[in-house]
Design a binder for this molecule. Structure first.
Ligand code: SF4
Ligand code: SF4
Length: 76
């Protein structure tokens, strides 16, 4: 498996969440999630935490910093 395809499970302490006010619905997070636990909800995307393996991929691909770690303060 190529390095860019490697998935590290349990990297995050908790499943991340999407700040709906920052999400543009671009679906980059949905497309990159290796277990398909991100769903389209209307014009936004939402993480279904029960299926999340906490790999952190969605955090790195979001162009709008809309995906955040749980308890992380909103960007200024
Ligand atoms: S942390 Fe990984 S498994 Fe969880 S929603 Fe994001 S991309 Fe999917
Ligand atoms: S990558 Fe970010 S902006 Fe795009 S759908 Fe996911 S949370 Fe929303």
């Amino acid at each position: 498996m190529a390095a860019e395809e490697a998935v590290t499970t349990g990297l995050l302490e908790h499943p991340p969440t999407v700040r709906v006010e920052l999400c543009t619905g671009c679906t980059q997070c949905l497309l990159t999630c290796p277990v398909g636990t991100i769903e389209r909800r209307g014009l936004k995307c939402e993480i279904v935490p029960e299926g999340c393996i906490r790999c952190g991929r969605c955090l790195t691909v979001c162009p709008n910093e809309a995906v955040c770690k749980v308890n992380e303060p909103a960007p200024p």
